[in-house]
Ligand binder design. Structure first.
Ligand code: DC
Length: 247
């Protein structure tokens, strides 16, 4: 009788509210380690766009559940721009996916238990060798509770609103700081207070408050944690950047 050792695929979860830097940290870690990346928020965002294009109301739970089960979304790496593009039902929706209204709709449908259930296996399917960085709200608590490293990023809502404001200004998009603050606060409340998979730090998660940190400092702290949990990986890094000198 042969005894096979099960393959353990390493996973790092990065959870937290919007605008705390988790997206940037996750992309950085995935690039450095050469691992896969799951941007779970993009799935909820894509589902909200699909609902709109199929004229499904956000309170039509059963239709949203079906739409979630059959969601036709692909994430393609564009060799020219070196960016990941989101393709929903054959249409490039990368830009649309990042709007405030899409984030707000995503947060509303994400509170529906059947929708979360419909997207569960799809998220688990991202777990492939050599490893996965999973970015979201419930990555460490529900989707990948077995993760070897769980990071939870926090930041003051006023600071997150200001960061988003600056980002939109750089993109040439008009925005109002008060509106952004209100939107962020509402979305936080919805994500933290919902009954299923609320935004809370997983047991054993390392909490990083990025309120007064630069993105470089967040990345340095993230890499320091990775080096402690996965010391063997550090020898095989894709590129060496400034964080090493600062540790
Ligand atoms: O991370 P994001 O801003 O792209 O996510 C958009 C919304 O999707 C967020 O407000 C809540 C929801 N979401 C979720 O409920 N669970 C996740 N794992 C990821 C996102």
């Amino acid at each position: 009788m042969s005894t096979r050792t099960p393959i353990i695929i390493p996973v790092i979860t990065v959870d937290g509210p919007s605008g705390c830097g988790k997206g940037t940290l996750s992309v950085f870690l995935a690039k450095q380690l050469g691992w896969h990346l799951l941007d779970s928020g993009a799935l909820y965002r894509a589902l909200s766009l699909a609902a709109k294009s199929h004229s499904v109301e956000l309170d039509n739970y059963s239709a949203l559940e079906v739409l979630g089960t059959y969601l036709d979304i692909r994430f393609e790496f564009d060799e020219t721009s070196h960016k990941i593009h989101a393709v929903l039902e054959g249409q490039d929706v990368t830009q649309e996916l990042r709007t405030e209204s899409c984030g707000s709709d995503a947060s509303k449908i994400a509170a529906i238990p059947g929708v979360r259930k419909a997207l569960f296996e799809r998220q688990r399917a991202f777990l492939e060798l050599p490893g996965l960085i999973a970015d979201g709200r419930d990555m460490g608590t529900v989707i990948f509770p077995e993760a070897q490293l769980k990071i939870f990023l926090e930041a003051d809502p006023a600071i997150r609103a200001k960061r988003r404001f600056n980002q939109l200004q750089e993109m040439g998009v008009n925005a109002n700081l008060d509106d952004l603050f209100l939107e962020i606060s509402q979305r936080d409340r919805r994500d933290r207070e919902r009954l299923v998979s609320p935004l809370v730090p997983a047991e054993g998660a390392i909490i990083i408050d990025s309120s007064n940190l630069t993105i470089d400092e967040v990345v340095s702290q993230g890499m320091l944690l990775v080096s402690r949990v996965f010391p063997d990986l550090m020898a095989n890094l894709k590129t060496k950047s400034g964080w090493l000198e600062r540790i």
